[in-house]
Design a protein around this ligand. Sequence first.
Ligand code: SAM
Length: 295
Amino acid sequence: MLSYLHGFHAGNFADMHKHAALWLVLSHLRKKKKPFCVIDTHAGSGWYDLGSEQAAKTGEWKDGYARAKAGSNPPEMLAEYLDHVARFDPVAMGRDYGVREDDDYRGPFYPGSPFIVREMLREDDELVLMELHPREHEVLHHRVKRDGRIHLHKRDGYEGLVAMMPPAIRRGLVLMDPSYDVKQDYQKAATAIRQAWDKWPTGTFMLWYPILEDGFDAELRRSFGAIKSSGGVLCAELATDQGGAKGRMRGTGLLVINPPWQFDQQLEEIGNWLAKTCKLPGPAKHSTRWLVAAE
Ligand code: SAM
């Protein structure tokens, strides 16, 4: 059952943390000339109109992106990312970004993971996207079909990821950002990443998870603690002790296998800044810890 639509949540505090981390990994991959690939197993529709009825219904982006954009002195790499978002204007890009003439866009706009990665791709880099929701897939297809570096599949992201391992380009990142519509997603995510890492032990893997009152995040951390990767396994969380009832998030987490050099320090600085700038259900803290130490 696919009921989740990211348009209701785009630009919230969890997106700020996750997308800043994605930006850090991409910036690192761009430091070497050798091509890289990114595999985004749960892609969404690519970009979002924050002026839409969907976005207005939850208003979540006002507690996330709007606050971050207005915040003072963000860490350098976060400032770079926020700048990218502020400049992101698909309507100005027109057909290349899949803008439909009959749609009533309002803006501002927010790039989802496919368009954050697209911004960072060079000529020989590649982006593989998977999206299972028929409508989201159709919209995303329209938005990326003119870019030869991007390959979109209407396919289950867990099964698809394992089947694609190892990728032809051996430097890169897997981003897994499930909607956790059903609790089996936790187990499926942990199993797929474990199997994919077995086949591609030098890749960087980043899994997002929500922190909820009745969540299964502890189980995920335990599974990742058993992945003895020489590049280490890092856990970073932005959370509060308060709230989280009725399926509302009280925090957001990332598990990262083989993070780039100094990623932990950079994300800690960004996370501390987001903790005091974004609005969570209560006072927020950021933590970064190694579940498996890098050798
Ligand atoms: N990664 C996106 C971003 O950062 O902009 C947001 C993705 S959203 C949290 C999760 C997406 O996964 C939804 O669009 C949903 O339709 C899709 N999805 C759910 N189950 C899936 C599956 N098994 N395989 C691929 N996509 C799936």
